[in-house]
Design a protein around this ligand. Structure first.
Ligand code: CP
Ligand code: NVA
Length: 306
């Protein structure tokens, strides 16, 4: 059975630290102009059911830097359509490539692909989770503060795929995670019990009070109010989340915090221009780190880390 990364808890805390160590090494070399060819001749397939800039391009450039290559496979391969079963698709594709990154509408589709694949499958975002995003975010926090254990990440917004993965990585690494959002958009009790099963005693809180929630935060994080696939709910969600915009007033309550957003952002909705372009924002470094951390991840996961 190949090793997959479908959800953040597919990695242990020690393994996340190992991925970060490989990342640091490769990033230092990259900054010195060295692109270590750890994976010559290796091929990564990217099977995407939804749009992407960061995930797609960062995996593709990472493979080039590692001396390998990648194939972007969009709708024309017929993945998850009536053309052929996901099982046949996964069995066949994994004969050709060394790893698969997959972005799906439904997490079940991703799981079905992983079951049929003989090579590692990496979640490039599903409706349930976005582990590569969370790894890059926590790596970015570590670069800023030097440590993560004991720090608080406050996510202002929807308990969505990004929030779930951040909560899980935070729990694994001994951080406190606070979700601040309106009633009805918090994590399910099933998810909360699941986190406690994986990390007993994990410090996860939910509140409707964003002002209180950001006060001790090392990171104030937000994401779009309506994710891909929720376009029909956009108006209803805009009303529900109107009081949860991350703006100067909110950030003034967390003067020491950095601001993060996975991007793409809906400026003027969940975040103002002043905040996302302001001095506390690290969103571009965060996006850049997607490439570095994914490079560390694929080198580690595919067994080519130095
Ligand atoms: N943050 C992120 O995953 O961006 P893309 O949707 O552009 O890949
Ligand atoms: N929650 C967002 C994240 C995009 C990177 C979405 O799923 O659309």
């Amino acid at each position: 059975m190949p090793r997959h990364l479908l959800v953040a808890e597919d990695l242990t805390a020690q393994e996340i630290e190992a991925v970060f160590a490989v990342t640091r090494d490769l990033q230092t070399k990259f900054d010195e102009g060295i692109r270590e060819p750890l994976m010559p001749g290796r091929v990564l397939a990217l099977v995407f059911e939804k749009q992407s800039l960061r995930t797609r391009v960062s995996f593709q450039t990472a493979m080039v830097h590692l001396g390998g290559s990648s194939l972007f496979l969009g709708a024309d391969t017929g993945f998850a359509s009536s053309r052929e079963s996901i099982d046949d698709f996964g069995k066949v594709l994994s004969q050709y490539v060394d790893g698969i990154v997959c972005r799906t509408k439904s997490h079940d589709t991703l799981e079905a692909l992983a079951t049929s694949s003989s090579v590692p499958v990496i979640n490039g975002l599903s409706d349930a989770s976005h582990p590569c995003q969370a790894l890059a975010d926590i790596y970015t926090l570590k670069q800023h503060v030097g440590r993560v254990r004991g720090l608080t990440l406050t996510f202002v917004g929807d308990g969505n795929n990004v929030a779930r993965s951040l909560a899980m990585v935070s729990a694994l690494l001994g951080m406190r995670f606070v979700l601040a959002g309106p009633e009805g958009y918090h994590f399910s009790s099933d998810f909360l019990s699941h986190v406690q099963r994986i990390v007993p005693g994990a410090a996860i809180q939910q509140t409707t009070d964003a002002r209180e929630a950001v006060k001790d935060a090392a990171v104030v994080y937000t994401d779009v109010w309506a994710s891909m696939g929720q376009e029909k709910e956009r108006e209803e969600r805009a009303k529900a989340f109107a009081a949860y915009q991350v703006n100067d007033k909110l950030m003034a309550l967390a003067p020491e915090a950095i601001f993060m957003h996975c991007l793409p952002a809906h400026r003027g909705e969940e975040v103002t221009n002043e905040v996302i372009d302001g001095p506390q924002s690290v969103v571009i470094q965060e996006a850049a780190n997607r490439m570095h951390v994914q490079k560390g991840l694929i080198a580690w996961l595919l067994g080519h880390a130095s």
